[in-house]
Design a protein around this ligand. Structure first.
Ligand code: ADP
Ligand code: MG
Length: 700
């Protein structure tokens, strides 16, 4: 644990300010928990109205305590908090846990009060958890501190748990106890006036007591810092998070696809993805995964064996594994033969290994001895459905002994009742996660495997290209000075060209005759477009005609366009015809998360399938490559069914160049490159359509 937070998590003395004597208040509850959990330091109740609380001598104020105090837990009404804070400063206390509510969460005066508190504690170098929280726990035997008012007694274990909701804290502790998930630390963060989730992650990073970090989050204080810290921490320690408060995609200006698609939810998912944090959907899933992370090693791959005494649950497990990307592999012939020699003749020795209902503890022991060290599998799910004649406790014992010291993750599913309850307790105590249904085991295993992949992914590097930053800056400035947010077609092309993005050769001309002449210069086939400030989605307006092969065709297309768009101000753009896959590259800025890059298949794919991925900037080359491979339509780029394979490195470079443009010019708010047509070589790949918009706040 980071020394900076020692006053809070490793105190030698704790004052409980606002400990009431009547045994009902929260303060009394906290005092009770501290005593009952066996806090190893000294405890000082503070209450001006009584001489003793819970049989312990009570002090009228913090200043009256004769001994030094490390941590004060504050439970007084909000109006009394400033006075307590002054006392704490005078007493040189370095840690506060403020349980008291009525601060920022109520807005108005409460928010102002919190700002004052924040400023005061920062100035005095006091660290604070809360306000508006339910307290903190450190189960380390050296401290044994339960400074919460939760009714559940925590069990020692290796999970560091932080919760942004106080109310959920109680539920979390109860559930953890219920499923045997031990806790190293629990922190109810409350309003995070001082200590944030980021602080706790950093504190637990090098703490050997914590081997998995669990978080329930409602908001991000500093997303950029979160990504930076978690990227580092998750290389060594898994972080699992439930983020609630899913919002409808913030549909913004229809100006660009990127802007419309980059709703906050997609970006939140991206944030987790980039940070290496496993986002789980529900609290129930968080616990499902947590028990596996707390006790089991990571798999080396996705090959799973299933050992069972019943067919149905094994099929469920197989289906769940397959859906989650785990491979229920065919076992090697020698493994099958070995199993055959020790199991009953009616057993099936393929995977799932079904020993049928008559299998007892001995059968489990024999099969496990063969499977647990098999190099052909990376993980094992052991299923037991309690038949009446088999003793579940003995089976559990057999499993516990059978997998001891195994180097692969082993998860179990026990279905049944009667002695089943004790069997489950025994398994959990031995560190083998137990699930009531096979899907739980499969989900937990998939979580371990997902984390292994995250941990092992290449770190990549931040690339920087030779670009013409000044030229781009001039374009942006000129448009801003003219009071225009939307860049013209020429400006957009110039901007992208300055950053080395290749544009299809093209000419913009006012008349049909000049369009025909331009086509002659560019060489056929060409594409004819009408460009103008009102023509945002050109093809919808009949302003794009592709594959024109002669002067006659260009002339006819131009006249038809002129006819269709009589009322519009526009000019003709004649462009060389490109061939390849259409991709979309986009940039948008999220008010909370900053610059966001988008990639997907362009044209109809983005409109209909919304097959796009996002990354929050900055990104490494490895992340850019990962973006490209993450879209569902990736096989179309990699070359399916003999189709051509596109130049992926070129795409990576284009994404990084766009990212560099975004970083260099904060005034550029949105860019949509749609499409960048990419072929099998960079020489045949080019941008044929793009638009860019400056942020309205740009000073002219
Ligand atoms: P908009 O997106 O405004 O409708 P585009 O310039 O993107 O206009 O053109 C629409 C579609 O026409 C593109 O998605 C692409 O399929 C095709 N297209 C446009 N220009 C070219 C070109 N130079 N080469 C090949 N196809 C093109
Ligand atoms: Mg387009």
């Amino acid at each position: 644990m980071d020394r900076a937070l020692d006053a809070i998590f490793r105190p030698r003395s704790i004052a409980v300010v606002g400990a009431s004597r009547d045994g009902r208040g929260i303060g009394h509850e906290i005092l009770h928990n501290l005593i009952e959990f066996g806090f190893t330091g000294a405890i000082y109740p503070v209450n001006p109205k009584s001489a003793s609380v819970h049989s312990i001598r009570c002090y009228p104020s913090l200043r009256d305590i004769p001994d030094p105090i490390d941590l004060a837990v504050v439970v007084v009404p909000r109006a009394a908090v400033p006075g307590v804070l002054d006392d704490a400063i005078a007493k040189q206390i370095k840690g506060l846990v403020v349980i008291t509510a009525g601060f920022r969460e109520v807005g108005g005066a409460g928010a102002a009060e919190e700002a004052v508190l924040q400023a005061k504690v920062r100035a005095a170098a006091i660290r604070v958890v809360g306000p508006n929280c339910m307290g903190v726990i450190n189960t380390d035997p050296e401290f044994r501190m339960n400074a919460t008012f939760a009714a559940t007694r925590p069990e020692r274990g290796s999970a560091g748990f932080m919760s942004q909701s106080g109310a959920l804290g109680e539920v979390i502790l109860a559930q953890a106890a219920e499923i045997g998930l031990g806790i190293a630390y629990f922190v109810s963060m409350g309003n995070k006036a001082d200590i944030s989730g980021n602080d706790l992650i950093e504190a637990w990073e090098d703490d050997p007591a914590v081997n998995v970090i669990l978080m329930y989050l409602e908001s991000f204080g500093n997303p950029e810092k979160f990504v930076r810290i978690c990227r580092r921490v998750t290389r060594a320690k898994p972080i699992l998070a439930v983020k609630s408060g899913r919002t409808a995609a913030g549909a913004r200006a229809a100006f660009s696809h990127t802007g419309a698609l980059a709703g906050s939810e997609a970006v939140v998912d991206t944030l987790f993805e980039q940070s290496g944090v496993l986002r789980v959907e529900t609290m129930s899933d968080l616990f499902t995964l947590a028990t596996a992370f707390a006790h089991q090693p990571l798999p080396r791959g996705n090959r799973v064996a299933i050992l069972t005494n019943a067919g149905g649950p094994a099929i469920m497990a197989t289906d769940a594994c397959a859906t989650l990307g785990l491979d229920v592999v065919e076992l090697p012939a020698e493994t099958q033969a070995a199993l055959r020699s020790v199991l009953a003749p009616e057993a099936s020795v393929r995977n799932p290994v079904d020993m049928v209902a008559a299998a007892g503890p001995e059968a489990y022991a024999r099969a496990l001895a063969i499977l647990r060290d098999s190099p052909a599998i990376d993980a094992l799910i052991v299923i037991f459905v309690s038949p009446i004649m088999i003793n579940a406790v003995e089976v559990a014992r057999s499993i516990i002994d059978g997998v001891r010291g195994a180097r692969i993750p082993i998860l179990s599913c026990f279905m049944g009742k009667e002695q089943g309850r004790q069997a489950v307790v025994d398994l959990r105590r031995a560190g083998i996660p137990v699930y009531a249904f096979p899907e739980g085991a499969a989900r937990a295993l998939a979580g371990l495997e997902r984390y292994r992949r995250i941990r092992d992914r290449p770190e990549g590097r931040f690339a920087s290209y030779d670009v013409d930053r000044e030229r781009a800056g001039r374009i942006v400035k000129a448009a801003a000075a003219a009071g225009r947010a939307d860049l013209s077609a020429e400006e957009t092309s110039d901007l992208l060209a300055a950053y080395g993005l290749p544009l299809a050769p093209s000419r913009i001309v006012p008349t049909e005759e000049e369009a025909i002449a331009a086509a002659g210069v560019l060489g056929y086939p060409v594409v004819l477009k009408a460009v103008g400030p009102t023509l945002i989605h050109k093809s919808d307006r009949g302003a794009v005609t592709v594959d024109l092969r002669s002067a006659q065709e260009v002339g006819a297309a131009a006249r038809a366009m002129r006819e269709r768009l009589r009322a519009e101000p526009f000019r003709f753009q004649v462009q060389a015809m490109a061939r390849g896959r259409e991709t979309i590259l986009g940039l948008a800025r999220d008010p909370k998360f900053g610059a966001v890059l988008m990639f997907g298949l362009g044209g109809i794919f983005v409109e209909v399938m919304k097959d796009v991925v996002f990354r929050i900037l900055p990104i490494t080359d490895a992340e850019a490559r990962d973006m490209i491979r993450a879209i569902r339509g990736y096989p179309l780029l990699a070359g399916v069914r003999g189709g051509p394979e596109v130049d992926e490195e070129f795409l990576v470079e284009c994404l990084l160049r766009l990212a560099q443009l975004a970083a260099d010019h904060p005034a550029i708010e949105q860019v949509d490159i749609n499409p960048l047509i990419v072929g099998s070589e960079r020489s045949t790949s080019c941008v044929v359509d793009a638009r860019a918009r400056l942020s309205p706040a740009v000073p002219a």
